[in-house]
Ligand binder design. Structure first.
Ligand SMILES: Cc1cc2nc3c(=O)[nH]c(=O)nc-3n(C[C@H](O)[C@H](O)[C@H](O)COP(=O)(O)OP(=O)(O)OC[C@H]3O[C@@H](n4cnc5c(N)ncnc54)[C@H](O)[C@@H]3O)c2cc1C
Length: 321
């Protein structure tokens, strides 16, 4: 086996938690690699973050690029890839494998967040990229001047509908439950939009079309009456779920597939820390993920010092090891 490139820290995931973890470990002059499928994770998919301290309103993608640039400024290396597996090596080192490269590390920080929940109905898989999308702000050309459907009733569905309504001719929100569960302020904004219609208590049963989506089949949950809503595109916004199945043999997870952590972001395995939405923390917000990323990084630093028989201060005001 060829010698692997060695790091002190490998962060899996480049959302708010992973990027901040990388910032804090690189400020501690730890050799840090962040491996992520994309830049910014969920936060990068919303144009309007209104509860991140210091900003009245900030574009999520811009904020995440600031996080990334700041981490890189202190020496963190960022690589776009998917981590496929993590193997324990002797002395609590780990081998982190992607499809194109593997590295060895003393510490892993798991920050791979949440993934889109799917509808799992006929037509969904078939039309992915052909009218079925999961990110409203990523794909504006598909709804400009068009009739769009948003499936979902929570805050991410409401935010998606608001973004789409800026360019689309008409937006129909198809909500499974009797009422929207989005934040009140978002519901109020939806109500003010003349080109947004909300249909509640309606189950989405299938997505239909020929080469491209042409409509969705819905059924009223009360009367069971079915109808086809013609549309040009469907945005699925039915929430997010932890997909930690691939890591289950390595660290303990709960029944919702979230990684169980201590208050110090430790997992059940020495040298593996976790932060942000993928963990058992109660609230899933940018500021919380960012804070958890910082905490995991500082705890990882303490762990490495303890392995060398040294003690560390608890602050991040300097850049010394
Ligand atoms: C539409 C929307 C609007 C939101 N609005 C707000 C808001 O206004 N305010 C607020 O505070 N919060 C908001 N949130 C929630 C907030 O974005 C999240 O709580 C936070 O960004 C989570 O950050 P994270 O780093 O923990 O996880 P994520 O953002 O999920 O990041 C995980 C990262 O890991 C990567 N990844 C996953 N698997 C792998 C793998 N195997 N290998 C490598 N990389 C991997 C992903 O590509 C991603 O980059 C919103 C979320 C959404 C979806």
């Amino acid at each position: 086996m060829p010698n692997l490139e060695k790091y002190e820290i490998v962060v899996v995931g480049g959302g708010a938690s992973g990027l901040v973890a990388g910032l804090f470990t690189s400020r501690r002059m730890l050799k840090t690699l962040i491996i992520s499928q994309d830049v910014g994770g969920q936060a990068a998919t919303t144009p309007d973050i209104e509860n991140y301290p210091g900003y009245d309103k900030v574009d999520g993608l811009d904020l995440m690029h600031k996080f990334k640039n700041q981490a890189e400024k202190f020496g963190a290396i960022f690589r776009l890839e998917t981590v496929q597996s993590i193997e324990p090596l002797p002395e609590n080192h780990y081998r982190v494998n992607t499809n194109t490269f593997s590295v060895e590390t003393e510490v892993v920080i798991l920050a791979f967040g949440l993934s889109h929940r799917h509808l799992d109905i006929p037509g969904e898989q078939e039309y992915v990229g052909k009218g079925v999308f999961y990110c409203a702000i990523c794909d504006p050309k598909y709804y400009e001047g068009k009739n769009a459907v948003v499936v979902g009733g929570g805050s991410s569905a409401a935010q998606a509908a608001l973004s789409i309504s800026e360019l689309a001719k008409q937006v129909t929100v198809v909500n499974l439950n009797p009422a929207l569960s989005a934040e009140n302020i978002l519901i109020q904004r939806l109500n003010e939009k003349s080109n947004v219609k909300v249909i509640s208590n309606m189950q989405t049963k299938a997505i239909q079309g020929k080469d491209w989506v042409e409509g969705i089949l819905v059924a009223d949950k009360g009367t069971k009456q079915e109808q086809i809503l013609p549309c040009d595109c469907v945005f699925v916004e039915v929430g997010y779920m932890a997909k930690a199945g691939w890591i289950k043999d390595l660290v303990k997870t709960d029944q919702r597939n979230q990684i169980i952590i201590s208050p110090n972001c430790e997992t059940s395995r020495p040298g593996i820390f976790a932060a942000g939405d993928i963990t058992t923390i109660s609230f899933k917000q940018v500021v919380i993920s960012a804070g958890e990323g910082a905490k995991a990084a500082l705890e990882a630093h303490q762990y490495l010092l303890a392995k060398q028989g040294k003690r560390a201060g608890k602050i991040d005001w300097g850049t010394k090891k």
